[in-house]
Design a protein around this ligand. Structure first.
Ligand SMILES: Nc1nc2c(ncn2[C@@H]2O[C@H](COP(=O)(O)OP(=O)(O)OP(=O)(O)O)[C@@H](O)[C@H]2O)c(=O)[nH]1
Ligand SMILES: [Mg+2]
Length: 122
């Protein structure tokens, strides 16, 4: 009986939870993307002013619920010395969003190198 009830409870109330990494060079727009996404999907969330966003040292976590699914975003700092931390989070994540500033042509090759390195070291 307990198994039946706990199964029913899980079916009705438990959400599937997925962790998504947001990676990319510093200044690419990762935190801005996360803030915009939270504002769009969380009805009561009053997003912080985009002009107040400063460079991320460490990690920002943001959560959105889509139907019965909960998405947890991990927005990591993109500065060069922080890139070595990216692969520590790969094992725990279900997906990766890699953000590129397409207007910053000078850094496109640097962005590709950082992406390749992170994929090869995971
Ligand atoms: N015009 C324009 N500016 C943007 C856009 N996305 C981000 N920015 C600006 O770019 C700057 C850097 O954005 P962030 O979101 O802090 O970049 P980040 O990738 O989180 O950088 P780190 O935390 O240092 O890794 C900020 O001044 C943003 O306002 C965009 O789509 N358009
Ligand atoms: Mg950031």
């Amino acid at each position: 009986m307990y198994t039946l009830l706990s199964g029913l409870y899980k079916y009705m109330f438990q959400r599937d939870e997925y962790c998504i990494l947001i990676l990319g060079l510093d200044n690419a727009g990762k935190t801005t993307f996360l803030e915009q996404t939270k504002t769009r999907f969380n009805k009561n969330y009053k997003g912080m002013s985009l002009s107040k966003i400063t460079t991320t040292v460490g990690l920002n976590i943001g959560t959105i619920d889509v139907g019965k699914t909960r998405l947890m975003f991990w927005d990591l700092g993109g500065q060069e010395e922080l890139q070595s931390l990216w692969d520590k989070y790969y094992a725990e994540s279900h997906g990766v969003i890699y953000v590129i500033d397409s207007t910053d042509e000078e850094r496109l090759s640097e962005s590709k190198r950082a992406f390749d390195l992170s994929v090869n070291t995971r």
